[in-house]
Design a protein around this ligand. Structure first.
Ligand SMILES: NC(=O)c1ccc[n+]([C@@H]2O[C@H](COP(=O)([O-])OP(=O)(O)OC[C@H]3O[C@@H](n4cnc5c(N)ncnc54)[C@H](O)[C@@H]3O)[C@@H](O)[C@H]2O)c1
Length: 254
């Protein structure tokens, strides 16, 4: 799908991977709306990029519905949805005080999994009404953000790994459901990227990653994620797949 001129929603768009994505899509001519829990950061980022920005908690359905409504009213029929809103949340399944606090566990699932499902399904439902584009009759594309932790969860990452594994599991399933409408679904599973969320990753995990078993041996830059988003939008043969963007790293057992 051509990026130029189409309406796009990027969740978590005020920071990190989402911000780089919003920047990249806007630079390619998309009409972008940034959604983020942090209103000030969303508005500042939108002002800097020259796009729309709105406070939206992806776990609140009224917020999501209102945001999609506004995006379509201002920017036209929604054709691109990139879901980057997410939180870390390290916790052991059982620690010295006993089993994991289910409220903390559920919070991670709520934002990372249920928030993504809520936005992607509401966007997909709107996309079904779009006019088909080009010879393929494409109506839209949805890109979710997983993590390599989905496949190689380490100790203390249970809630996060479970939330991201569910995103991975939904990829082909959702793509199959949305195929009749010409709406694609893809997941990017990043390794370690230089964003504020990475500050919360324990130093020993980072040291364990940057240990010569990857190339290039460095953090990914947010624009490298955004560049893959743009490629996925532009390449209509990509559907129902999870792409690891991780310099070949495999998280070790620890
Ligand atoms: N940075 C990495 O190394 C890395 C690796 C793998 C996966 N990821 C995933 O990439 C995504 C983006 O992460 P990032 O590194 O850019 O982090 P980030 O903290 O820079 O950005 C995340 C954004 O999501 C927003 N957000 C949090 N909860 C929200 C909610 N309920 N509703 C709406 N917005 C909310 C935050 O305000 C923030 O602006 C996340 O899903 C994260 O799990 C990141």
């Amino acid at each position: 799908m051509e990026i130029h001129g189409v309406s796009a929603i990027v969740t978590g768009g005020a920071s990190g991977l989402g911000l780089a994505t919003a920047r990249r899509l806007a630079a390619a001519g998309a009409k972008v709306m940034i959604l983020d829990l942090d209103k000030d950061k969303a508005l500042n980022a939108a002002a800097e990029i020259g796009c729309l920005g709105k406070a939206c908690d992806v776990t609140q359905e009224e917020d999501v519905n209102a945001a999609i409504e506004e995006a379509e009213a201002e920017n036209g029929p929604l054709r691109i949805n990139v879901n980057c809103a997410g939180i870390p949340g390290g916790m052991r399944l059982v620690n010295k005080d006993g089993p994991v606090d289910m409220i903390r566990f559920a919070k991670v699932i709520s934002v990372n999994l249920l928030g993504t499902v809520s936005v992607m399904t509401k966007c997909a439902a709107r996309m079904t009404a779009n006019a088909p584009l080009g010879q393929d009759g494409e109506r839209g594309v949805i890109i979710n953000t997983g993590s390599i932790t989905a496949f190689e969860g380490q100790i203390g990452q249970g809630a996060y790994a479970a939330s991201k594994a569910a995103i991975a599991g939904l990829t082909l399933q959702a793509a199959r459901e949305f195929m009749p409408w010409g709406v694609r679904v893809m997941t990017i599973a990043p390794g370690l990227f230089r964003t504020p969320i990475a500050d919360s990753i324990p130093e020993e995990v980072i040291a364990g990653m940057l240990d010569g078993r990857m190339f290039p041996e460095r953090f990914g830059e947010p624009d490298e994620f955004a560049s893959l988003v743009a490629s996925i939008v532009e390449n209509s043969m990509l559907n129902g797949e999870i792409i690891r963007l991780d310099a070949g790293v495999r998280l070790q057992a620890r």
